[in-house]
Structures are given as structure tokens and as C-alpha cells.
Ligand binder design. Structure first.
Ligand code: APR
Length: 253
């Protein structure tokens, strides 16, 4: 175990309120491509086409969204939690993690065993959908079956309204309760660990800054440089899975 990872393990072992902040990079080892690495999602699709306005504003916008969803959702559904997700869940069981604030929509933190109330999803969750008119809830699996059966644009089975995954699209309002809770827990953290995020999307990327300004030790584990590296107390340029597995071993030692 190299010095930086050993230091991160010591920080987790001693912290009163450690908080993890995860991005798509924590799920790439589960087979889910991230957004901004070479070959990532935004290399293959134009994010400007998948805005909230396009989705609610036009049939063609919804058709394009579901064409993408038909491809991406099976990858999420087939994914399994990797060593990073499992280590965070175990650290929580050991009393060494207050919560995980995530930008991810893949449900893998919960499937790794983190209690739902300890996972704060800033960008929603791709496994659930809701009718924008009457509020009827459908699982994404149900809606995926409708798509596989030929629906191009899934409509509510109760009122015929627009059905939308409970993920936050560009231009959509952020979930107020999750944002408040994430900010509160970021400011209360004495250790804030970023795992697998480019830290370029706001307001999510304010959370590490809130933690740092409130006096937390800031660690960033990411394969590439991020705009907050200079403010971090510890930067580890390595894979989240291997790092967090080693951190868990160190905390248990
Ligand atoms: N271990 C560590 N870092 C990794 C790994 C890994 N195994 N795999 C990829 N990374 C790094 C990449 O180098 C990249 O810097 O994770 C980062 C992922 O960055 P993005 O693809 O930008 O993902 P994220 O930061 O989560 O994006 C934020 O943007 O498109 C929106 O809503 C979307 O939630 C997403 C938000």
C-alpha cells in the first residue's frame, strides 16, 4: 500500500464524520462508461440534445432520449457494485462513513449495501420513473419492457401523460431536499473524499468546496486532474476500486 493510500486509510480511521462524494468514475469498473473520459458518453452523444427542455418540450426530444435510454439502461441494470462501492458500504458498517453524496444514477451504492437514507442522490436515480402529469410511478424495468415491446415514447398507463425517469436532466431543477442535505453534511464533514468525478458540473461540484471551507480535510481520488486538486490535502491519481479496497484493509488492520 503506497504512502498516499495509507494516509487516506488513516484519515478514514480517525475521522468523526467522513463523507464520500462520488461521480461516474466510481462505476466505470462496473462496466458503466463515464461521461468525459475518452470514449465516454458525451464523446458518443451530444449532451445538448438531452436537456429537460427538449424532453418535456417535444416528442422528437423524448424519442431521442428514449433511444439513448434503450441503450444505456441495460448496461446499468447488468452492472454489479465494484470494490469501491463495496468498500464504502463496509466502511459505513464499521462506523467509518457518515454518508455518500453521489452524482450517479445507477443505484450501485444502494445495491452494494449502503442504506438508502445514507445515499444522497443529487442527479436522481435511473431505476425509477414517474408520470409528469398524474405522478404515477413505474419501475424503469417496466418501462424498459414497454420500449422492448415497441413503445417509442412510453406514456402513462393511467392518464396517457409523459413518463420520465427520476434522473435530473441538464436544465432541470436540482432536488431541493437532497441539495440541502448534501450541503449540510458537506459542511459538517471533517473528511471529504471525492471518488471518480471530474468536478466540472455545478451545483454538485460545490460540495467539496463547502466541506473544505468548513474545515474538512479534502481528498480526491481520480484518474485525471480536477479543478479542485490544488485545494485538496491529498490527491491520489489511481483507480477508485483498488484505492478503496486498500483503504478498507487499512481501516480494518
Ligand atoms: N477510478 C478513478 N477515477 C476514474 C475511474 C476509476 N476507475 N474511471 C474514470 N475515472 C475518472 C475520470 O478520469 C473522470 O475524471 O472519473 C471522472 C469522471 O468524470 P465525468 O465523466 O465527468 O463524470 P462526473 O464527474 O460524475 O460527471 C458529473 O455530469 O453529465 C453529467 O449528470 C452527469 O452526474 C454527471 C455529471
Amino acid at each position: 500500500m503506497n504512502g498516499a493510500v495509507l494516509r487516506l486509510a488513516e484519515l478514514f480511521a480517525r475521522a468523526r464524520r467522513p463523507v464520500a462524494f462520488t461521480g461516474a468514475g466510481v462505476s466505470t469498473e462496473s462496466g458503466i462508461p463515464d461521461f468525459r473520459s475518452p470514449g465516454g458518453l458525451w464523446d458518443r452523444f451530444d449532451p445538448r440534445e438531452f436537456t429537460y427542455q427538449n424532453f418535456v418540450g417535444s416528442v422528437s426530444g423524448r424519442r431521442k432520449y428514449w433511444e439513448l435510454g434503450r441503450v444505456t439502461y441495460p448496461v446499468i441494470r447488468a452492472a454489479r457494485p465494484n470494490a469501491a462501492h463495496l468498500a464504502l458500504a463496509e466502511l459505513h458498517r464499521l462506523g467509518r462513513l457518515d454518508c455518500c453524496i453521489t452524482q450517479n444514477i445507477d443505484d450501485l451504492h444502494q445495491r452494494a449495501g449502503l442504506p438508502g437514507e445514507r445515499v444522497i442522490e443529487l442527479h436522481g436515480n435511473a431505476t425509477r420513473t414517474r408520470c409528469l402529469e398524474c405522478g404515477a410511478a413505474y419501475t424503469r424495468d417496466e418501462v424498459h419492457e414497454w420500449l422492448q415491446a415497441g413503445d417509442e415514447i412510453p406514456a402513462c398507463r393511467r392518464c396517457g401523460g409523459v413518463v420520465k425517469p427520476t434522473t435530473v436532466l441538464f436544465g432541470e431543477a436540482m432536488p431541493a431536499r437532497e441539495m440541502q442535505e448534501a450541503e449540510r453534511r458537506s459542511r459538517a464533514a471533517d473528511l471529504f473524499v471525492v471518488l471518480g468525478s471530474s468536478l466540472v458540473v455545478y451545483p454538485a461540484a460545490y460540495m467539496p468546496a463547502h466541506a473544505k471551507h468548513a474545515g474538512a480535510t479534502l481528498a480526491i481520488v481520480n484518474l485525471e486532474a480536477t479543478p479542485l486538486d490544488a485545494q485538496a490535502d491529498l490527491v491520489i491519481r489511481d483507480k477508485a476500486g483498488a484505492v478503496m479496497a486498500a483503504v478498507l484493509d487499512g481501516v480494518r488492520a
